[in-house]
Design a protein around this ligand. Sequence first.
Ligand SMILES: [Zn+2]
Length: 189
Amino acid sequence: MPAACQRCALPLAVPGTCGACLRRPPPLREVHAAFLYSAPLDRLLPRFKFHDDLAAGRLLSQLMVEAFADLPRPETLVAVPLHVARLRSRGYDQALELARPLSRALRVPLLSGRLCRMRSTAPQSERDAAARRRNLYRAFDVRGGAAMPAHVVLIDDVMTTGATLHAAADALLHAGVRRVDAWVCARVP
Ligand SMILES: [Zn+2]
């Protein structure tokens, strides 16, 4: 990755925080992307996500391990969950498939089953920013009564606008998490 905004991973000429994140600080403290979403990631990720190519997923996860090995370790990783209906139709959860090997390699526990996707949200791409936030309002919830760890890193495959990750981070912060970061395989510039 070239230099990027530490709050949203958008490419910048110099490391720092982009204007948009300065004006409206996002709920994520830091976002790190292993790659920009461009060739060959734009071929590999869809093969993994939509065509059951789990070998591509293992490769991407290994590349994420290398990219994130030197970052400060959180107390736990949380994969951004799919809605249960989507999981049923796809058969596997791509964020979880990426997060499992990361958890093993970096020796950071993976907390699953606490962050839940409440609604299957409509596709985001053709909505404006306000509509996206409405679409994702309360899309996630934290289940179970046990105290949440103070520092959580969300794992996802692709970050586009960040709306999904921000909604997940909001739910975690609401449940008592003090700091939420995100590590993603690829950032759409
Ligand atoms: Zn930014």
